[in-house]
Design a protein around this ligand. Structure first.
Ligand SMILES: [Zn+2]
Length: 146
């Protein structure tokens, strides 16, 4: 049975509970690592400077508390995969499960959700964020709020 590392558990502690529910459900089928959850101002500044984020603090969904975004990598051969193809396959599975559970997610591999992953300039295959507008219409919002 797959199990989160201490590091992943720590990161998930600062992530919105509905995202935790989604990825916990996925863990039993598909092993993965939590790469990034919440980012404070210092971390966001660093990410922005490195070009790994397009927005300044506090405009990333990673800057909300708890975080409304999470970066997740499939865990393959004892490592958190950085390979685009492996991350894309994993992302497709995440989106399938999110749909099953009725949790509206935007995926960095397919921002507009049209299932074409080849059309976007800024791709971030490890990034998953809550679609807040749609989330407000779900029973999850009644349970967990924002
Ligand atoms: Zn991200």
């Amino acid at each position: 049975m797959n199990k989160y590392s201490q590091n992943s558990v720590y990161k998930l502690a600062h992530v919105h509970p509905v995202l935790v529910a989604l990825f916990t459900a996925i863990l039993s089928r598909d092993d993965h690592s939590i790469v990034c959850g919440h980012r404070d101002q210092k971390e966001q500044d660093k990410f922005f400077e490195l070009g790994r984020s397009q927005v300044k603090f506090p405009h990333s969904k990673h800057n909300k508390y708890p975080s409304l975004a999470v970066d997740v990598a499939p865990y393959i051969a004892d490592t958190a995969s950085q390979h685009v193809s492996e991350c894309a396959v994993f992302g497709t599975k995440v989106m399938f499960m999110a749909n099953e559970m009725g949790i509206p997610i935007r995926w960095g591999g397919d921002w507009d959700g049209d299932k074409n992953i080849h059309e976007h300039k800024l791709q971030d295959f490890q990034h998953f964020e809550l679609d807040v507008e749609k989330y407000r219409q779900t029973p999850w919002f009644q349970m967990y709020g924002l």
